[in-house]
Design a protein around this ligand. Sequence first.
Ligand code: ZN
Length: 346
Amino acid sequence: MFLLIYSGSIAAAVIVQYHHVDTETPAATSISPDLFAQHMTYLADHDFEVWALPRLLEALRNGEPMPEKVVAITFDDGYASVYSEAMPVLQKYDFPFTVFVNTALVGGAGYMNWNELRELAGEGNTIANHTVSHPHLVRRLEDESQAQWRVRIKREMSAAEAVLRNKLGHSPKLLAYPYGEYNPGVQALAKELSLIAFAQHSGAFDKNVDWQAMPRFAFGGAYTAMAGFIDKMNSLPMPLKAVRVSDGQGQQLADPLLPMAVSRPVLTLQLNTPELAQQVSCFASGQGRIDVQVKGHTVSTRPEQSLPAGRSRINCTAASGQRGRFYWYSEFFMRKRADGSWYPEP
Ligand SMILES: [Zn+2]
């Protein structure tokens, strides 16, 4: 009888997301070149395997054995600092990476151009779809019907695919949702186009992930410090049997955009064991730790205060039994402003 090669491990991974690697760009979407180098050095020095995103996804889907700690590195928007600042560090460690580009913005001031992207692709990196023009995919334009919205959004995805194939000869069929925003309609369009799609809520994942709402850990502004990076890189997918979001009055919610009347959604997780359920802690954006109710295998949690207008998350973690490694699950929410209008970008 043989033991498993990767004993005690499950095939799982994390994805990191960056935007600018620069000190002169907006703080919320930037990491300094120094800190970025520290992140990469940590991965290199602590037995992480950095895989190209397409390879990682294929291995997971096919149930191939995977090393204990696998990471994929991604950059959204295709900023110039990825080429000038990040690339030399990534080359030094031989780490492949993925850049999600808006095809209409490539070559503009502050962005990489097609020659640079072609060069990156030629070195084994991946250039993928971030839509044509970086819209908020879930938002309808004024006077736009549902059918018109659908046509416009599908075109944002499919036209970017066509440009990638045309300019680079290939598209990996991977889509990063602008701002990490999606809803069931957006997910259905991505699926229709056979795109695996990535959001920006956090967490580790395994093959049971929603392939049109894959989590990534975003690093920008206050969320770039080493301690948090280390926790996130070592995180494992929460062993869940079921997840349910409701309005607190028994109505299940399928859309991350909360109805106007709902400001404190209830997140219910069904864990593998009652022992694990006892271990779970949950946190809401801007509110820190929030109370959990445990009943057998089930953990329910609800933010004590209203979630603000904008994007929010409820993160739940639990000790995994492996030292320094936490199970991590994240649920994503959007809320409009009190007058029913969409929130502006900060
Ligand atoms: Zn973006």
